[in-house]
Design a protein around this ligand. Structure first.
Ligand code: ZN
Length: 109
């Protein structure tokens, strides 16, 4: 599967700082200031949180279609509760992912 959808909205500054759109936040502290930190042994892009130093690999969004993501984002912004969305998106997006999206939307503006 291609990762174009997941990586498309990521802009990168010259100093290597990634400006996280809606994709990249630290899984520990939800900080939006993330930078590249080389590759894993498996060749996946590794990221480092500039705030807490947590190193992580982003892959979960690759399974979510851009349409589902856009729809979910709009509904979350409209204030629809996550449990309701989880039911609506059953089979397309997990409740865990929806909570993650909500935290991203709230933290990164
Ligand atoms: Zn962090």
């Amino acid at each position: 599967m291609k990762m174009e959808g997941a990586m498309g909205s990521v802009a990168e500054r010259q100093d290597g700082t990634v400006i996280a759109g809606v994709e990249l936040v630290c899984p520990r502290c939800s900080n939006c200031s993330i930078r590249r930190d080389g590759k894993t042994a498996a060749g996946k892009q590794r990221w480092r949180c500039k705030l807490c130093g947590r190193i992580f690999v982003v892959e979960k969004d690759g399974r979510i279609s851009p349409l589902v993501k856009e729809l979910a984002d709009n509904l979350i912004k409209a204030g629809v509760a996550v449990p309701v969305l989880a039911q609506a998106f059953q089979g397309h997006a997990s409740k865990r992912w929806l909570y993650h999206r909500r935290s991203v939307i709230r933290e990164c503006r």
